[in-house]
Design a protein around this ligand. Structure first.
Ligand SMILES: [Zn+2]
Ligand SMILES: [Zn+2]
Length: 240
């Protein structure tokens, strides 16, 4: 830098949170490396769009065929018949240099890591702590039943993330073990594909306080869990 005054001014603004002074000079703190990492994750040279590719996954709603595409920071799983599906936020840097045939696995590995972070109570955007709440149960009598909803709100950046109760329970370690023992890896397939392969049931077991029960499997072998009004997953039980 020729203008050392200007440089020193900007450096002094960064010292503390993002840059630390050491005996040898200055170095990035962990938070500083996170900032650099966020910039790298959001930018890379390759074309950050993937046209929808066919998957051998069936739609949970209608049995139609799913495709996976990527555009503007979102992976889209979409049924070609009924249009239902899922949208997964994922920075382009995470998919950089992933061959197209490995894209579905990479997206699902990212998704699992994302859900685990949310499950653990960390904001997926700013790493702040979240407050969670079960906001919707399920009405099995409804013509068009909607999934139960657990809402995670970041106390710091106000980002709100929602997961269905079934998704939240799917990534509980005991439930992941159940799926794995039945030949289904939770970091390879979308949760709807796991539920497709085994019976699944979500029901509201109490309205006040709102409590939902999620069960995967058959009468002879199953795993079930409850989601309390405060969004905690409890009573995780396997039955043989
Ligand atoms: Zn469909
Ligand atoms: Zn946040």
């Amino acid at each position: 830098m020729t203008d050392t005054g200007n440089f020193n001014y900007h450096l002094s603004r960064l010292v503390g949170s993002f840059v630390a002074k050491t005996d040898e000079g200055y170095e990035l703190t962990y938070a500083g490396r996170m900032v650099v990492g966020a910039i790298l994750a959001g930018t890379y040279d390759a074309e950050a769009t993937v046209a929808p590719i066919p998957l051998d996954w069936d739609c949970l709603q209608c049995g139609g065929a799913f495709t996976l595409g990527y555009e503007d920071g979102y992976a889209r799983l979409q049924c070609q018949t009924c249009d239902s599906g899922a949208v997964i936020p994922i920075p382009p840097g995470a998919l950089d240099s992933v061959p197209v045939d490995e894209l579905p696995t990479a997206v699902m590995q990212w998704y699992r890591a994302r859900v685990q972070r949310i499950r653990s109570g960390f904001c997926s955007v700013c790493t702040g702590r979240t407050e969670r709440r079960l906001t919707d149960g399920v009405d099995p009598e409804a013509d068009d039943p909607t999934p139960s909803t657990v809402r995670f709100e970041c106390r710091r950046c106000d980002t709100v993330t929602t997961l269905s109760g079934a998704t939240l329970v799917t990534y509980h370690p005991i439930v992941e073990g159940f799926f794995r023992e039945h030949g289904m890896a939770t970091d390879r397939r979308h949760p709807t594909q796991l539920w497709n392969s085994i019976e699944s049931r979500v029901q509201t077991v109490c309205d006040e306080p709102l409590t939902v029960e999620v069960t995967f499997g058959t009468d002879s072998e199953s795993v079930s869990a409850r989601i309390e009004a405060d969004g905690r997953v409890t009573n995780v039980e396997r039955r043989h």
